[in-house]
Design a protein around this ligand. Sequence first.
Ligand SMILES: [Fe+2]
Length: 214
Amino acid sequence: MIFEQIKIGGDRNFAYLIGDDSTREGAVVDPGYNQDVVFDRIDALKLKILYTINTHSHHDHVGGNTVMKERLGAQLVAHRSVGEGAADILVDDGSSLALGDIRITFLHTPGHSGDSICILAGQKVITGDTLFVGKIGGANGHAAAELQYRSLHDKLMTLADDIEVYPGHDVGVTPSSTIGQERRTNPFITQPTLQDFIYLKEHWAEYKAKHGIK
Ligand SMILES: [Fe+2]
């Protein structure tokens, strides 16, 4: 499997390329900024991009959708909650798509946004703004925070420890991680209850200062 994490600027955003070694069929994930660097890698890898996949519809993740469609004819893939007409292919929790012999599967992980999805490909999961290395994305209000807590525990943390985690932003101590590492060390995951999780969200600035987290 071809897999690349690409720094595209913005708010330290990452885009990703996934592709099949033999057919070269591929997908680009979250081409929000600097599409030139993404096109350079697509050309270098000789990928035929079938899909642009958005982990969610925040502006810093979707900025390259139109140019990917215009230049490559890539079909836009997003969670069903974006609504009919907002994407070419609407996916649900458990939906999958093929790239040659590779099957990519989607997990619906609402919380950071209602349409947040994570993308499983082989031993890797692209987590968008649901899960960062050692951190998580923001959630707007108590109900969204509870949804995010459920998504983290009921979806992502059911994956095996050796699944590699590839986040939407480069805001951790390393650009990628594993489910096992996040399960053991991410302070948002190690909180024992929803109430503790929400308390940490509300007191994150203090927690970061106390623990020297940047
Ligand atoms: Fe976001």
